[in-house]
Design a protein around this ligand. Structure first.
Ligand SMILES: NC(=O)c1ccc[n+]([C@@H]2O[C@H](COP(=O)([O-])OP(=O)(O)OC[C@H]3O[C@@H](n4cnc5c(N)ncnc54)[C@H](OP(=O)(O)O)[C@@H]3O)[C@@H](O)[C@H]2O)c1
Length: 303
């Protein structure tokens, strides 16, 4: 049995589905029974509960051969780093109490940097918590920006006609498809072939700038002139707050994008065959374009 946290999210759903497809029994965790129903239909044991509840988690990890852990952290949390800490502490306590030995934990490139990386600092603190658990075999997945973040841009394109963020327009950075993160996790969780601590970076097939990604997306959705706009940090905080996210999250996010702009967030040894993953942004842009057309139809129906 493998326990998968966040099983209705970007990475967890693909990991749960990948394990089930390989015939591995899965206990899928989320917070909403209805959203977990699809995985139950595929044969998963599903459990809904809160990630800050160590008893729920310890019970869910108990008897598992391995667990996939992540910090889901609500971007509306009034104290975002505090919420990351609460989730991280609950997970670490539950891992220790349950005795699950093999843990594959979602972190991020840049978790080696001790200050100034915003969201990534919370993941660094979680790596440190897990590392201190006696007897744990720890596989740290360190991807970078998910291609899936561009789903959030579709709304901005509809309302503002642009893609906007606080990352420099022409800065080529690594970005990765969550399906490639899931593939690495499924492999580690099912084989459990490591001992001690492994750091596995996953950085996509090539570095790509927001301007280039925006151009590719624009071509796919019939807007070849779609522009990327780099917002100053304060404006980005305002835009995220206006979208309903907490100021605490917005500031933590902008600190992370500043770290990208300053070149602080980097793979440990540059790009290597081991950290390079196969799915291209062009492949992914087709999925995004499907989602764009679906929201287009929804908006047209609502008008
Ligand atoms: N986005 C990036 O570019 C990036 C890059 C590197 C690392 N990361 C890290 O990736 C993590 C997020 O992973 P993801 O994108 O796979 O997840 P996600 O898509 O954000 O989904 C989060 C999952 O956790 C569940 N969840 C949310 N709040 C919960 C709660 N209070 N109790 C129980 N379950 C809860 C969600 O359920 P519902 O479906 O019901 O919401 C969902 O299944 C974060 O730690 C982030 O820092 C992100």
């Amino acid at each position: 049995m493998i326990t998968v946290m966040g099983a209705t999210g970007n990475t967890g759903r693909k990991i749960a589905e990948g394990l089930l497809a390989a015939g591995v029994p899965v206990r899928a965790l989320g917070r909403d029974e209805e959203k977990l129903a699809g995985l139950a239909a595929l044969g998963a044991e599903v459990r809904a509960g809160d990630t800050v509840d160590p008893n729920f988690l310890a019970d869910a990890f108990h008897g598992s051969d391995a667990a996939y852990t992540l910090l889901p952290t609500d971007q509306r949390a009034p104290d975002y780093p505090g919420r990351q800490n609460a989730e991280g502490e609950a997970i670490a306590r539950a891992v220790q109490a349950s005795g699950v030995r093999h843990v594959v934990a979602l972190s991020c490139v840049g978790a080696d940097v001790p200050t100034g990386t915003g969201v990534i600092l919370g993941l660094r603190r979680q790596e440190a918590r897990l590392r201190t658990i006696p007897g744990i075999e720890l596989y740290l997945l360190r991807p970078v920006s998910f291609f899936e973040n561009f789903y959030g841009a579709l709304e901005t394109i509809r309302h503002e006609g642009v893609v906007a963020d606080s990352v420099e327009a022409d800065l080529a950075i690594p970005m990765v498809a969550t399906r490639d993160i899931a593939a690495a996790a499924v492999d580690a969780l099912s084989r459990r072939h490591w001992s001690g601590e492994i750091v596995r970076e996953l950085i996509g097939p090539r570095d790509i700038s927001y301007r280039e990604a925006t151009r590719i997306l624009g071509e796919r959705i019939g807007k070849p002139d779609l522009q990327y706009v780099q917002l100053p940090g304060a404006d980005m905080v305002g835009a995220l707050a206006q979208a309903g996210l907490s100021t605490s999250f917005a500031e933590t996010y902008v600190e992370m994008t500043r770290a990208f702009n300053e070149g602080i967030v980097q793979p440990l040894h540059g790009r290597t065959p081991e950290n390079t993953t196969p799915t291209t942004f062009e492949d992914f842009a087709d999925e995004l374009a499907d989602a764009w057309r679906a929201t287009d139809r929804t908006a047209a129906t609502a008008d």
